[in-house]
Design a protein. Structure first.
Length: 319
C-alpha cells in the first residue's frame, strides 16, 4: 500500500472539465456503486433481520452454523501466519536478490489470480484424492486431505498466498536496501536488521496484505467447495453453508450467515481505511519535518556560544 500525491486535473485549465461533464461522471459513478454495491448489501441485511432478532440469532447459534463459523475462523487463523511468512520471504527474494528465473517466480506469483478457484480445487483433488498416488499413500497413513479440513486449508492457501507478497514487493522495491546496508555496516545482525529496519518500513503494507488475505480466506467459495465434499457439520465453511441453506429454502439462515460475512467484510474495509488514514498522517508529518527551514542563527545566539565574545559585546554595548 503506497501513498502518492495525486495530480489535480481540475486545477489546470488545459485539463479542467466543464461542470456538466464533471457532474455527469460523478452521477454515473455514484449510481453504479449504489445499484451494484449498496442496494444488494442493504437487501442482505434486510432479509436477514426481516423475521426478527430472535430468529436471526437462532440461525447463527444453530450447531451446524456454529461449526461452519468455527471452521472458517480456524482456516483463516492457519492461513494468515503462513501467508505472512511466505509473503515476506517471497518479497525479500524478489527485491533483494538477482537470480535466473526471477521473472518466472513473479509470474507464478500471479497464478492464483488467473486460475479459476474451481480449477484450483480440482487440481488438489487430482493430486491428493484417494485415487492418486500421494492421496492413497496419505490415506494408508491415516491422513485424509480431500473432503477434510487439510484440503480446505490447502485450497485457501492457494487462492490467498499472493496478496501479502504483492503488497510488499512494490514497496520494498521503492524503498531499496540502503537502510539495511547501513545497519549491517554498523554491526547489526541479519535478524536485528529485519526486526528494527525492514519490518518497521513494511508494517503498513504487511498489515494491508493480511487484511486482504483474511477477507479472501473467509469468503472463498469455489476452491473450498470442490475439496470439502459438503459434509454437514464437518467440512462446510460459512460460504458453503449459505449455499446449502439457500438450496434448502432456509432463507433466514442463508441471509443471516451472509450478513455475518458482509459485516466481517465491512469491518475489514473499516480497518483498511483507518490504516490508510494513519499512514497518510505519518507521511504528511514526515513531509512537514523534511520541509521545515533551518532557523537563522542570530548574532546574540552566536555570541552566546562564546562566553568571551559575549562579554566583550556586552562591554562594548555599555560603552
Amino acid at each position: 500500500m503506497q501513498i502518492s500525491n495525486s495530480y489535480d486535473y481540475q486545477s489546470n485549465p488545459a485539463t479542467k472539465d466543464t461542470p456538466w461533464i464533471r457532474r455527469t461522471f460523478i452521477t454515473i459513478a455514484v449510481l453504479f456503486m449504489v445499484i451494484m454495491l449498496v442496494v444488494p448489501l442493504f437487501a442482505v441485511f434486510y432479509e436477514a433481520f426481516k423475521n426478527g432478532w430472535q430468529l436471526y440469532i437462532a440461525s447463527l447459534v444453530d450447531p451446524e452454523a456454529l461449526q461452519a463459523i468455527k471452521l472458517t475462523l480456524i482456516t483463516a487463523a492457519i492461513v494468515l501466519p503462513i501467508n505472512m511468512v511466505m509473503g515476506i520471504a517471497i518479497a525479500w527474494l524478489v527485491t533483494r536478490y538477482q537470480f535466473k528465473g526471477k521473472q518466472l517466480v513473479t509470474t507464478l506469483l500471479d497464478l492464483p489470480f488467473s486460475v479459476s478457484p474451481v480449477v484450483a480445487g480440482l487440481m488438489f483433488v487430482l493430486l491428493f484424492g484417494l485415487n492418486s498416488t500421494i492421496g492413497g499413500w496419505l490415506e494408508s497413513m491415516g491422513f485424509q486431505v480431500i473432503y477434510a479440513v487439510p484440503g480446505i486449508i490447502l485450497a485457501t492457501l492457494f487462492v490467498t498466498f499472493p496478496f501479502v507478497a504483492r503488497e510488499l514487493i512494490p514497496l520494498m522495491q521503492t524503498q531499496g536496501d540502503s537502510e539495511e546496508q547501513a545497519a549491517l555496516t554498523l554491526g547489526a545482525t541479519g535478524w536485528q536488521t529485519f526486526w528494527h529496519v525492514t519490518l518497521p518500513n513494511i508494517k503498513w503494507a504487511l498489515l494491508y496484505g493480511l487484511i486482504l488475505t483474511n477477507a479472501r480466506a473467509m469468503g472463498e467459495f469455489g476452491a473450498v467447495s470442490v475439496v470439502s465434499g459438503h459434509i454437514r457439520g464437518e467440512t462446510n465453511t460459512m460460504p458453503l453453508l449459505v449455499e446449502i441453506a439457500y438450496n434448502d429454502y432456509n432463507f433466514t439462515a442463508a441471509f443471516a450467515l451472509s450478513s455475518l460475512l458482509a459485516a466481517l467484510a465491512l469491518v475489514t474495509l473499516l480497518i483498511q481505511q483507518v490504516m490508510t488514514k494513519l499512514q497518510e498522517r505519518k507521511f504528511a508529518k514526515s513531509e512537514r519535518l523534511a520541509t521545515v527551514p533551518e532557523l537563522p542563527v542570530s548574532a546574540n545566539a552566536s555570541n552566546a556560544s562564546n562566553p568571551k565574545d559575549a562579554t566583550l559585546a556586552e562591554s562594548s554595548g555599555r560603552l
